[in-house]
Design a protein around this ligand. Structure first.
Ligand code: ADP
Length: 650
């Protein structure tokens, strides 16, 4: 076994790898960017080395920097995790050239699987079923359109260099083909520098079923059962589980066989995942699954496989990289119980899954489930990296019990600061169709109610306003409980007004940055606060931070601020479209460039102030002009950062 490992990654996966490496007695070496100085993975490793500024292209993706640190620190091997350099053949080669073991497959296997068209051709040759379609060289639009017609609609256009669902378009009608092709090619060109596409039959009621494979350098290859990752949003996984609902022993053996064949065909070693798309319209059926692609690394969702097999996949990766043989034969691979993983993200499902940055002012995980995380209370979710907060994995004897356990764990999770997808995740765990095992990759899109409402949550807002009121009275030395008679007006600028009967005061607040009004009625039992007619939620929790009350109500966050305290998200633009710093702070990121067209609400820059990140958004559509700051720069309150010129202005 190796004596030391450099972990070329960050976040939860760097922490996860370090855990196993330590157990195996290795010295753990972390790398980090300037944005990650205080990150958990830095503290959890034995030593850590700065490799560059926050943007990944200048730090976690710089091959030479990482190899240099590995050399200097005497790392015997490099574990790339997932993402970043994990599927970069040049990086794997650079490791070998430096005499350091790359914990992953040989560069040739990474290359063979790197492009979807080549991988498909290879798989076809090896006798693995592939989705019917066209994956040839010719890219002439008229020709591709003819191919789509021959395949039969609906079809899926995919970037050959694709990943993360980018450059992918479903086309239902011949008349829509040209426009879809154009936009897929444009996105592919922008994301991967390669506009080439392939065309596939769009599988009906698609289920995403993937097989975990392992191969050693002695010619052995096995699979560790399947994972079902069909709960997706925009072709990205949200909830994963193992085993797949409705999977039969025969089908598992057949799909496992195909996956092992795929691995052997490219001379694979280490951990890999062979992804299949299955036609779920009649349950999983023999002959109803096709190869999609192979991921030549550890997957995000590997913990569900660990749960049902009782194995540590990272340990297997290290052992195989060190030249050991696979520790089990196919027949010895266990499969016990059921595991479900939820990807807990700082994002806003109700607003198109927009990432949400900022400091996690409160973060508490429940017990009873496995939590893989790279952040803790006080950590910032920065705009530079994937905004995952944690993976939560439940394991029980049955699927029903595992889903129940996960739902309950999600309910007991507290995350305050950025918006999160907690409410979506727990609704998914409780959705009757998903519970029944009748779902496919379109499930979330077909059920937009799961995404929650973008309308203000009155009950949460009322609780927040009531807390603000209490605070204010505490500050001026009065108790809410005995204030029934002649309460002071906490916001002097907004004196109470009278309605017939009870005394009612209007209390202006900012709800998630938008002006709103709470009403305070003074009756015999003290003040009663309402917002939009709703009383304070009894089943919510409130946290005070940054002069605001963060209310967490059924997994959804509402931030309530007193109006005159100011807010990071409003009041930074005046009528001329000038974007000004809301407070003294540091420019963390510029998200636009001079001349860019922006939409109303689009994020322009991120400023860090008082340990909070504030996203500045465009208050109107227009064009960016006169950017006056650079990332890293300190700015004074009120300093002009840029101007948004209305279209038509000079
Ligand atoms: P990427 O590499 O961009 O993630 P994949 O080829 O892995 O792209 O596909 C991602 C997702 O797109 C799959 O999990 C599935 O939901 C959907 N998908 C891919 N191919 C098909 C297909 N032929 N029919 C239906 N859905 C598909």
């Amino acid at each position: 076994m190796f004596a030391s490992v450099l972990i070329a990654n960050r976040g939860e996966i760097a922490c996860r790898i370090a855990r196993t490496a330590k157990r195996l007695g290795m010295r753990t070496i972390a790398v980090y960017s300037e944005a990650d100085r205080d990150a958990l993975h830095v503290r959890q490793c034995d030593e850590a080395h700065l490799i560059g500024p926050a943007p990944a292209a200048e730090s976690y993706l710089v091959v030479e920097r990482i190899i240099e640190v590995a050399r200097k620190s005497g790392a015997q091997c490099i574990h790339p995790g997932y993402g970043f350099l994990s599927e970069n053949a040049e990086f794997a080669e650079a490791c070998v050239a430096a005499g350091i073991v790359f914990v992953g497959p040989p560069p040739s296997a990474i290359r063979a699987m790197g492009l979807k068209d080549r991988a498909k051709a290879l798989m076809q040759k090896a006798g693995v079923p592939v989705v019917p379609g066209y994956h040839g060289e010719l890219q002439e639009p008229g020709f591709l359109k003819q191919k789509a017609y021959e395949i039969g609609y609906p079809v899926l256009i995919k970037a050959v260099a694709g990943g993360g669902g980018k450059g992918m378009r479903r086309v239902d009608r011949h008349a829509e083909f040209d426009a879809a092709l154009e936009s897929a090619q444009r996105e592919a060109k922008n994301s991967f520098g390669d506009a080439r596409v392939l065309i596939e039959k769009y599988v009906a009621a698609p289920r995403h079923i993937e097989m975990q494979v392992f191969a050693d350098s002695h010619g052995n290859a096995i699979h560790l059962n399947e994972r079902d990752c069909s709960l997706q949003r925009r072709h990205q996984k949200v909830i994963e589980e193992a085993p797949a609902p409705g999977m039969s022993l025969e089908l598992r053996a057949a799909m496992g066989d195909a996956a092992v064949k795929a691995a052997l065909a490219v001379g694979y070693t280490g951990a890999g995942t062979v992804e299949f798309i299955a036609d779920g319209s009649n349950g999983l059926q023999p002959g109803g699954y096709w190869f999609m692609e192979m991921n030549t690394r550890l997957q995000v969702e590997h913990p569900v496989t660990e749960a049902i097999t009782g194995l540590d996949l990272v340990e297997w990766q290290f052992r195989i990289a060190a030249g050991e043989k696979l520790p089990l034969t196919q027949a010895q691979v266990p499969l016990d119980g059921h595991a479900v993983e939820a990807r807990f993200y700082a994002e806003d499902p109700a607003r198109g899954f927009l990432p949400s940055t900022g400091t996690l002012v409160a973060l508490q995980f429940p017990d009873g489930v496995r939590v893989d995380t790279g952040v803790e209370q006080g950590s910032a979710i920065s705009p530079y990296y994937d905004p995952m907060i944690a993976k939560m994995i439940a394991y029980a004897a049955t699927r029903e019990a595992a889903l129940e356990q996960l739902a309950s764990a999600l309910d007991r999770t507290v995350a305050v600061g950025p918006r999160t997808n907690l409410a979506l995740l727990s609704s998914l765990c409780r959705a009757p169709e998903f519970r029944a095992g009748t779902f496919d990759t379109g499930f979330i899109d077909r059920n937009p109610a799961l995404l929650g409402s973008a309308e203000p949550d009155g009950a949460a807002a009322a609780l927040g306003a009531a807390r603000l009121l209490e605070q204010e009275w505490a500050r001026i030395g009065r108790s809410v409980n005995r204030a029934a008679d002649e309460p002071p007006s906490p916001w002097d600028a907004t004196d109470g007004f009278q309605l017939s009967g009870a005394r009612v005061m209007a209390l202006p607040v900012l709800l998630d940055g938008e002006p709103a009004e709470a009403r305070v009625a003074y009756g015999r039992n003290g003040p009663a606060v309402t917002v939009a007619g709703e009383a304070p939620a009894a089943d919510a929790m409130a946290v005070e931070a940054d002069q605001a009350i963060y209310v967490l109500h059924r997994g959804r966050q509402t931030v309530v601020r007193p109006v005159q305290a100011g807010s990071g998200d409003v009041d930074h633009a005046d009528g001329d479209g000038q974007i000004k710093a809301p407070m003294h702070g540091k420019v963390l990121a510029l998200l636009v460039a001079d001349g860019d067209r922006v939409e109303k609400g689009q994020r322009l820059a991120v400023i860090e102030a008082m340990k909070m990140e504030h996203a500045l958004t465009a208050r109107r559509p227009g064009r960016v002009a006169g950017i006056a700051v650079a990332p890293g720069q300190q700015v004074a309150e009120g300093a002009r950062l840029m101007t948004i010129e209305a279209e038509g202005e000079a």
